[in-house]
Design a protein around this ligand. Structure first.
Ligand code: SF4
Length: 437
C-alpha cells in the first residue's frame, strides 16, 4: 500500500487494509514481496496529482501489478492512458470495489477459519497506519461548500455524515486497541450531522444528536485526548468551547481561515465568512484562555491587492493565532478560481509568502516563549536510547504543529501523557523535563 495525501486518505487506507487483513491478507514491507500494490492517490492540487502519477509509475516499474484508488480514481481515463497496465482504478471511499479488485488480482486463500469472519460493509479498522497511540477518526465524507479554489466537492460529493453511534463504536475500539488521542477529521467538522437532519441515535441507552458538540462530548468520555480539525467559525462552534474549558476536549481548534480580507474571502466563496470572527475568537479565549488556534492561509489568490494582504497581516496581529501554515495560490485543474481575473504575479506571491511567514513565526515564537516556566500535559510520541523523548503539548497536532523535546525521559513509554515543566522554547518547539506521570 502506497498512501498519499491528507489524513482523510490515510483513514481510507486504514479501512481498506483493515478489511483485507480480516480476510487473511498480509502487508508487504516492499514492492518485491507484494502480489499486488495498492496506490491510494491524492488529487487535491496539480502537484499532488503529479506526485500520485509518479507513485503509480514507480509501483508499475517495481512490481507491475497495480491497483489505483483514492481521489485520482475520478480520472481513470487519464491514468489508463498513461499506464495501460494498471489492473483497476477505483474512486475515493469505494472500499468494496478496491477489495474486489484485490480479490481478482490476488485471490484470497480460503479456509474454514477465515470464512467465519463476517464480510459486508467495512466497519473495523484493525490495521492502523498511524502509530497506535493516536488515530484519525473520520466523521463524514464530502462537503456542501463550493470554495472557488477547491475541487473536493466534485471529487467527493456533498456532505454525508456517519451515524454518531457508528463513530462512537469505532472510537471505543480504537481506544481499546491503545489509542490515547483521537483526531476528528472531515471536510467540515462543524457541519457534521446537518445532512442527517440531526436525527438522534441511541448510544449506550441514551440519545446522541449528530452535531459536532454532542459528538465531541461523547468522544471526550471515551478517549483521554480528543482534537477537532477542520472546523469553521460558525456561531454554533461557541458551544464546544466550554467542553474545552472543562478538559473534556483538547483546547485546540484547527480552522482553515485561508484569508481575512472580506473581498478575497468573497471571491474564495468561503463558508462562515463573517466579519465578526475576531470577536468570536476573543469570546472563545475568555471562556478557555488556553485555547490554541491553528490555521492555514493562501497568499496570492487572484485579485488579492496589497491592501487585501495588509488587511490579512493586521488581522493576524489581532487574532494572535498559535500556529499558521501558508500557501502560495496554485491553480487546480477544474477549480472555478482559475477563471478569476487579475492573477497575482509569482514574484509578488513569493514576497507576500515571506512576509506572512515572518509575521506569524514571530507571533508563534512569542506565544511559545510565554509557556516557559509552566507545567503542561504532553503526550509521548517517541522515546530515544539516550534518555530523551519527543512529545506534543495539547496545542500540537501530530505532523502539522510543533513538538516538545524532553530530557531525562528514558523511563517514559510511547502514548504516556505526562506533566512536563517547560524550560525553553524556540519558534516552533518547546523543551522540558517530565514531572510525575
Ligand atoms: S470547505 Fe471549501 S475548501 Fe473545504 S472541502 Fe469544502 S469546498 Fe473544499
Amino acid at each position: 500500500m502506497v498512501s498519499l495525501g491528507c489524513p482523510k486518505n490515510l483513514v481510507d487506507s486504514e479501512r481498506i487494509l483493515g478489511q483485507l487483513r480480516q480476510e487473511g491478507y498480509q502487508m508487504s514491507p516492499d514492492y518485491a514481496g507484494a502480489d499486488v500494490v495498492l496506490v491510494n492517490t491524492c488529487g487535491f492540487l496539480d502537484s499532488a496529482k503529479e506526485e500520485s502519477l509518479e507513485a503509480i509509475g514507480e509501483a508499475i516499474a517495481e512490481n507491475g501489478r497495480v491497483i489505483v484508488t483514492g481521489c485520482m480514481g475520478s480520472e481513470a481515463e487519464a491514468i489508463r492512458a498513461r499506464f495501460p497496465g494498471v489492473l483497476a482504478v477505483t474512486g475515493a471511499h469505494q472500499y468494496e470495489q478496491v477489495v474486489e479488485a484485490v480479490h481478482a488480482a490476488a485471490p484470497p486463500f480460503r479456509s474454514p477459519y477465515l470464512d467465519l469472519v463476517p464480510g459486508g460493509a467495512v466497519e473495523i479498522t484493525d490495521l492502523k497506519l498511524t502509530p497506535r497511540h493516536y488515530s484519525y477518526l473520520k466523521i463524514s465524507e464530502g462537503c456542501n461548500h463550493r470554495c472557488s479554489f477547491c475541487i473536493i466537492p466534485s471529487l467527493r460529493g456533498d456532505l454525508v455524515s456517519r451515524r454518531p453511534d457508528a463513530i462512537l463504536r469505532e472510537a471505543e475500539k480504537l481506544v481499546a486497541a491503545g489509542t490515547r488521542e483521537l483526531l476528528v477529521i472531515s471536510q467540515d467538522t462543524s457541519a457534521y450531522g446537518i445532512d442527517i437532519r440531526r436525527e438522534p441515535r441511541m448510544w449506550k441507552g441514551q440519545e446522541v444528536v449528530p452535531a459536532m458538540t454532542d459528538l465531541a462530548r461523547e468522544l471526550g468520555r471515551i478517549a483521554p485526548w480528543v482534537r477537532l480539525h477542520y472546523v469553521y467559525p460558525y456561531p454554533h462552534v461557541d458551544s464546544v468551547i466550554p467542553l474545552m474549558a472543562d478538559g473534556l476536549v483538547l483546547p485546540y481548534l484547527d480552522i482553515p481561515f485561508q484569508h481575512a480580507s472580506p473581498s478575497v474571502l468573497k471571491r474564495m466563496k468561503r463558508p462562515a465568512n463573517d466579519a465578526k470572527v475576531l470577536e468570536r475568537i476573543r469570546g472563545w479565549r475568555s471562556v478557555c484562555p488556553d485555547i490554541a488556534i491553528r490555521s492555514t492561509f493562501v497568499v496570492g489568490f487572484p485579485g488579492e491587492t496589497e491592501e487585501d494582504f495588509q488587511y490579512l497581516l493586521d488581522w493576524l496581529d489581532e487574532a494572535q493565532l498559535d500556529r499558521v501554515g501558508a500557501f502560495r495560490f496554485e491553480p487546480v485543474e477544474g477549480a472555478a478560481a482559475n477563471f478569476l481575473p487579475d492573477p497575482v504575479p509569482e514574484e509578488v506571491k513569493e514576497e507576500r509568502y515571506a512576509r506572512i511567514m515572518e509575521r506569524t513565526a514571530a507571533i508563534s515564537a512569542a506565544k511559545l516563549a510565554a509557556k516557559v516556566g509552566r507545567t503542561l500535559p504532553v503526550i509521548i510520541d517517541a522515546v530515544d536510547e539516550e534518555g530523551g523523548a519527543t512529545g506534543r503539548s495539547q496545542a500540537d497536532a501530530p505532523e502539522i504543529d510543533g513538538e516538545v523535546f524532553l530530557r531525562d525521559a528514558g523511563h517514559l513509554s510511547v502514548g504516556d501523557i505526562v506533566s512536563v515543566e517547560i524550560e525553553d522554547a524556540d519558534e516552533h518547539d518547546l523543551y522540558g523535563v517530565p514531572g510525575s506521570k
